[in-house]
Write a protein that binds this ligand. Structure first.
Ligand code: ARG
Length: 267
């Protein structure tokens, strides 16, 4: 009797070891080694911040939907892989690519030199520009006029960079928030004079909030920006896969169909 009990214990212990082994494997497979989905297709984890319609937002079932989702799905279909979306917040999009918890950052991310030091980006797929949002009765007409004004932005987004360029790195007149809708809301609440955000997203916000009395100011002092998908630095295999798929959907008209605009290649 005693013997069989210790046998059982041994078997249980062996099982626990096997299970622990599986768990550990699951963890390391997340970054550069994606897990396999149905029909053995690779499944890449995609990180995003889904309050950025029309690029990414949540539908009423909690699914991430939008232009970025459609573009990446079209690429995945072309290249034969699968994607799993995770709405994790803006700064975690960058952190989780770095530590390998996600494979692709897809979040209306502007490609720029600073980010390229730490990440790799696909070819661009969308042209964008920042703009200023103020209350309808505001007298502000240009970026230069925001020099001494209070500005709200999304933290560590390009709008935040633009505000710091104008007012200095440590300006206390810049209020940085988790996402773009909150930054606009702060301006509507009267806590700041103006918000800075990505044009297509601001226009979509205005469309979704027709009763808010808002006005936008476009200013060519803002440089043109280009969105790309982001991967871990040095993950050339995934980068090439994404670029090849992107090239295909640029050529076959699918990208234009999704975004509604012809993508003008960057000069
Ligand atoms: N294009 C801007 C940037 O890259 C803002 C992107 C914010 N995206 C989002 N899904 N919240 O900094």
């Amino acid at each position: 009797m005693k013997r069989s009990l210790s046998m059982i214990l041994m078997i249980v212990a062996a099982f626990a070891l096997v299970l622990a082994g599986c768990g550990a494997k699951e963890k390391t497979s997340s970054g550069s080694e994606p897990s396999a989905g149905e029909d053995g297709k690779k499944v890449y984890k995609v990180g995003t911040e889904a309050t950025f319609a029309p690029f990414e937002s949540l539908d009423d079932k909690g699914n991430v939907v939008g232009i970025d989702v459609d573009i990446l799905q079209a690429i995945a279909d072309e290249m034969g892989f699968e994607v799993e979306w995770q709405n994790i917040g803006w700064e975690p999009v960058f952190q989780t690519i770095k530590n390998g918890e996600t494979d692709i950052g897809a979040s209306g991310i502007t490609i720029n030199e600073k980010r390229k030091e730490s990440f790799d980006f696909t070819e661009p797929y969308y042209e964008s520009q920042l703009l200023i949002v103020v209350k309808e009765d505001s007298k502000i007409k240009s970026l230069a006029e925001l020099k001494d004004k209070k500005i709200s932005v999304q933290i560590n987004a390009t709008g935040h960079e633009a505000a710091k360029k104008l007012q200095g790195e440590s300006s206390t007149n810049i209020l940085a928030f988790e996402n773009q809708p909150i930054a606009i809301q702060e301006m509507l609440n009267g806590n700041v004079d103006a918000a800075i955000g990505d044009n297509a997203v601001v226009y979509e916000y205005i469309k979704a909030h027709p009763n808010e009395k808002l006005k936008v100011i476009e200013d060519d002092a803002f440089e043109k920006e280009y969105y790309g998908f982001m991967v871990q630095k040095g993950n050339t295999e995934l980068l090439n896969l994404l670029n090849e798929g992107l090239k295909k959907i640029k050529e076959n008209g699918k990208l234009k169909e999704i975004t509604g605009t012809e993508f003008k290649e960057k000069k």
